[in-house]
Design a protein around this ligand. Structure first.
Ligand code: GLA
Ligand code: ZN
Length: 692
């Protein structure tokens, strides 16, 4: 048992004086104002569903300001009062995610311009210019009015800033702001920019910052440094738009936390940059359960990885802001969650550190594009539905989890998943098309998910020192300072795992001279001379020297997609070699002692079984803390949260069949039952066990 874990203090609840799991949904009463009986019925149903909070006004601008300067808050006043009177909290949104038609007509500069330089027409959502001063001003004003009006309202629990920020704008205002961003970054020195972007290639050198345009399909799109700086600018501009939204709220309601709903590994924004201005991280989770290509447990593992990113962004509890109670409307096949999956999928979020389960949406609208998106309340309108019953049952269970609110996840292992690295990998020309950065990170995470060992998922600039083990799959880009940090991490006794495609480029995608892996050659003990990208049907294999058969099931494992041809430096130990092709017998896995620590280098993309066995051995050698369950069956996930003297083990069966877990011990937090030894879980069943 992990004694030190029980000394850990909980975090205070996200919402002050609200020490409960939040159970709620996106609620759009503004679509139903002409049917007051529905609005009344909503509250009755919310109580039956054990909901304690709803997210409101997310897209309500037109309902709040029907014409410029004319405000209609009465409906929201009434709603806030009704929620408060019924003990339901409000997660009050700022409405910037969509604009009324009058605004776009009168101020067309708020309409976004695409990379092809065509300005959008009015419509859709999430498509405003982040720079336009009018919109920024308008949003600040609106947010101020909301804060003034509802800042002290008893229903107000949390600010939901806009909705799913994303995308970019290429309008003249944004172009100018981008040039300003570049002037700052390169200290007004155009030659510094030319050097970093390698613009002498194809005579693309700039003589002035004014000549620079954002990337475009019919303009500049192959300067990788430009692309990276544009992505960074888009994050910075979105962040500054969000800061502008938050300013009046911070001023008037300093005690009300702010969040915005993130979108998992959405690639357009570097969430590590945005996290510091949020009080709490929240995200929208829509897994494709029961699909026809991968098993539910594979889906669950990837979702676990993303939950862990969200927890790692602040190293504290986060919110599951959206999920569907049944199905969505935008996947190729919008399959229903099978009975039990809704609760399991929700509890998985809690297991990884969420202090809420929230949905999109409370009630299905009658028309427009989301009318067939799952909801707690169907068009049918009453509570006697399968989905409603599952939601209500889960709500009742969540009410028993107060003691888990604020508890902590302790990780001794970190996997690096870095947005800027992803941008660079995805945009480079070369290698092969199966770069698969995110799936590769997930494949290195999965062995830990299988073993029930918790993992933080960090960006490349996070502090490595708290971890016994740091795994940096395909760390193609090493930004300034990162190699030094990794070097001292290993020198001080850390264990680092690197793979093919490590440290090829700096933060502007300029290749390191003198051999790969760039400045990490000494730490890794290898020189990667070439990389052989394979066709999807090609395979090679690696053979292990002295395979420790306690952990390694085989001596030979296949590999595909990437075989880097590496040389082990003097003193580095070759653990495996290639079996075929012209690099037969050359090193494929190398271990290098560096200072007080160790670096492993995997030159090939191996089959998952190798990663499983490799990390099993490493986990034992490093004595990584895990539950003392003898064996966790396939498809069963075990996660742990702890705090104030207690530890909570979440045991979740993602299999469509029953599974038996041996060696469990603790009190079931929901049923109160004491469990020792064997625990049988039905399909999609879960348990939370408390140990003191
Ligand atoms: C997103 C949005 C919601 C809704 C859902 C549908 O997460 O934030 O407004 O459109 O998708 O799944
Ligand atoms: Zn713009």
């Amino acid at each position: 048992m992990q004694n030190n874990k029980t000394e850990i203090q909980k975090f205070p609840p996200i919402v002050k004086d609200f020490p409960h799991m939040i159970h709620g949904a996106d609620y759009n009463p503004d679509q139903w104002l002409s049917m007051p009986e529905i609005l009344k019925e909503d509250v009755r149903l919310m109580k039956l569903a054990h909901m304690n909070a709803v997210s409101i006004a997310i897209f309500a601008w037109k309902a709040l300001e029907p014409e410029e300067g004319v405000y209609t808050f009465a409906w929201l006043d009434e709603l806030m009062d009704r929620l408060a009177a019924n003990g339901i909290g409000a997660v009050l949104a700022t409405p910037s995610g969509a604009r009324p038609a009058w605004m776009d007509a009168a101020h067309p500069e708020v309409l976004r311009v695409s990379a092809n330089r065509v300005r959008n027409l009015h419509g859709q959502r999430h498509n405003h210019c982040y720079t336009a001063p009018y919109y920024r001003e308008k949003v600040r004003q609106m947010n101020r009015m909301l804060a003034e009006r509802y800042g002290k309202h008893p229903a107000l629990k949390l600010w939901h800033i806009s909705n799913e920020y994303g995308g970019d704008c290429h309008c003249p205002l944004c172009q100018e702001a981008f040039r300003e961003f570049l002037r700052n970054k390169y200290q007004n020195d155009i030659n510094a920019l030319n050097d970093q972007w390698w613009t002498r290639f194809w005579s693309h050198e700039f003589s002035d910052f004014d000549e620079i345009e954002s990337p475009s399909p019919h303009g500049e799109n192959q300067i990788h440094g430009l692309h990276l700086d544009w992505m960074r600018f888009v994050t910075a501009q979105t962040k500054s738009f969000m800061e502008n939204e938050i300013a009046p709220l911070r001023e008037l309601t300093p005690d009300i936390p702010v969040t915005t709903n993130l979108m998992g590994t959405y690639e357009g924004l570097n969430y590590w940059e945005m996290a510091p201005i949020m009080d709490v991280i929240s995200w929208d989770n829509y897994p494709q359960w029961h699909n026809d290509s991968v098993s539910d447990s594979q889906v669950a593992c990837r979702i676990g990885f993303i939950h862990d990113i969200n927890r790692s962004l602040k190293k504290k509890p986060f919110l599951l802001m959206e999920s569907t109670p049944s199905q969505v409307n935008w996947q190729p096949v919008n399959k229903l969650k099978r009975p039990g999956m809704h609760a399991l999928s929700s509890i998985q979020a809690v297991a990884h550190g969420a202090d809420s389960v929230q949905y999109f949406q409370w009630r299905k609208g009658r028309g427009s594009s989301e009318k067939f998106h799952g909801a707690v309340v169907d068009h049918y309108g009453k509570e006697d539905t399968r989905v409603f019953r599952e939601v209500a049952k889960l709500g009742a269970d969540l009410e028993k989890l107060d003691e888990i609110v604020g508890t902590v996840t302790v990780s001794e292992t970190a996997v690096i998943y870095d947005w800027e690295n992803k941008w660079a990998i995805d945009h480079l020309q070369g290698l092969n098309q199966h770069r698969d950065y995110e799936p590769t990170c997930v494949s290195h995470y999965k062995p830990f998910w299988d073993m029930g060992i918790s993992v933080d998922v960090n960006c490349m600039t996070e502090d490595f020192s708290p971890y016994k083990l740091v795994i940096a799959p395909m760390l193609y880009m090493t930004k300034a300072g990162v190699t030094e940090k990794l070097r001292s991490y290993v020198a001080e006794g850390g264990t680092l795992v690197l793979t093919y495609c490590t440290s090829y480029v700096n933060e502007n995608d300029l290749c390191y001279l003198g051999g790969f892996p760039g400045e990490l050659m000494d730490v890794a003990g290898v020189w990667a001379e070439e990389i052989d990208p394979l066709y999807p049907t090609d395979t090679n294999s690696i053979t292990l020297y002295n395979a420790d058969r306690v952990y390694f099931e085989k001596e030979r494992y296949t590999c595909r997609d990437f075989c880097e041809i590496i040389h082990a430096k003097e003193g580095a130990e070759v653990l495996a070699v290639y079996d075929s092709d012209f690099y037969t017998g050359m090193p494929a896995v190398v271990r290098n002692r560096y200072g007080k620590g160790t670096c492993y280098y995997m030159a090939a993309r191996t089959e998952p079984a190798y990663l499983r066995d490799f990390y099993r051995k490493l986990a034992a050698e490093l004595n990584l803390q895990r539950l003392d369950y003898t064996e966790i069956p396939d498809g069963v996930s075990v996660q742990t949260r702890c705090g104030n003297g207690a530890q909570y083990d979440f045991i979740m069966n993602f299999n469509p069949d029953s599974a038996v877990v041996e060696g469990v011990s603790g009190t079931d937090v929901i049923s109160g039952e004491n469990l020792q030894g064997q625990c049988r879980l039905q399909a999609y069943e879960w348990r939370i066990l408390r140990r003191s």
